[in-house]
Design a protein. Sequence first.
Length: 481
Amino acid sequence: MMNRPVFLKRLATSLHARLVLWLLALLGTVWIALWTNTWSTAVDTAARDIDQRLRITASLLVTLYTAQSPRDAFGDLPRVFPPVGSTLLEMPAERGWEGPVNFEIVSLEYGLLARTADFPTAARQASAGFMDQQDGDRRWRIFTLDAPRHQLVTRVAVQQSVGSARAETLRNDFAWPLIWLLPVFAVLALFSVWRGLAPLRRIEQAIASQDPLAPRPLGIDPLRVPLELRRLVETLDQLMQRVAEVVIRQRAFTAGAGHELRTPLAGCRSQLQVAQRSREEQPRQRALHKALHSLDRMSRLVDQLLLLARLDPAAPALETEPLAFGPLVHRLVAERHEAAISDGIGVELAVKAPEDTSMMIDANPPLMETLIGNLLDNAIRFSPNGATVQVQLEHQGERVCLRVSDQGPGIPADELDKLFDPFFRSRSQGKGSNGLGLAIVQAVAKAHGGEAQALQPEHGGAEIIVYLPLTRRRPAERPAR
């Protein structure tokens, strides 16, 4: 494949080059239209000027004759005048009007009254009005004016070359200056586009100056940029703000993951050192058992971190299928109830939906089990002995609502917005978890088009609500890949 010239590559990628090209094309089209119109208009204008001068000259001759008797008007003059030079009825010495006007005055009563020597012979029988006549090697424009009341016929003639000269003069006066406007248009187009794109250059410089590790708003006043770019500046500022928040959360996530991994890793290391130094079997087995427990804790933590990474918005879409949400909740509640009853904690489920409603959702079954399990485990973990975890499943229009309430220490109001952040621990809950359970709940809910919320019930404790959209697909159907 042949490489394209640099100009074509720049034209394909440069907004400045495209705008200049289109603007020059538009101006060039307008310039060609003006040039063509002026060129053709010059011919028409010259022809109208010639006709108007012939008409005025004929009227003037008739007026001069009728103002006095024929004998007084031309009695002392010859019937045929010498060729018109620089005296009788010569056009003004103006560019395009160098050719003289020739005339003939004929009286129906007295015959020929006056005629210039150059008056064309072929024009002496011309009828009233304008006409073009060839006489030898010269072509004439003739105007005949009849004055029946005075028994007078006046003919005025001028060579067609006079019209051509007049048209050329008009072209020189009006058309040729357009040539000088073309480079002026080009310079103005370049300058206009350069000035018009100045706000974009400022935005480009503001973006280029961003620190990838510490993004910030562009610092451009939207009121100082064109209206069409204000929304862009505002959107970029919002984007930078979100990126900054993502960077902060990423740093907090990294720090939290490092802290959570460091604790069991240090415990595992210390227990292995104990086992290595111990000479007795029982202390060695006890140390190895504790080291294994630390490894299991790290393994669970790594699995949770991998799950959060899988649920990242930038990750590939999940594989989902129609899932009966109601029966799944029933099964998991029953399992947790059996496990928690030994600790004196009950788990009760209330369903607010028609009996024949299975509450079908589009979901990834393992992830949905993780969501429900985390909610139940979290509520059981922070509930005191003898307490009851309330689970409520409700059908709300086009969505399903799952509420899980406990009777634990609750969550301070200023921590509700942070409850779903990774590694966040409420100061009222101590160190019972790694702070990833509810973060996974929120991530799973959002990955399925829903959301999770935290509330403070009036009776105390904490309440987590998850909303998920219902589906109309049947279990046999599969989403398009």
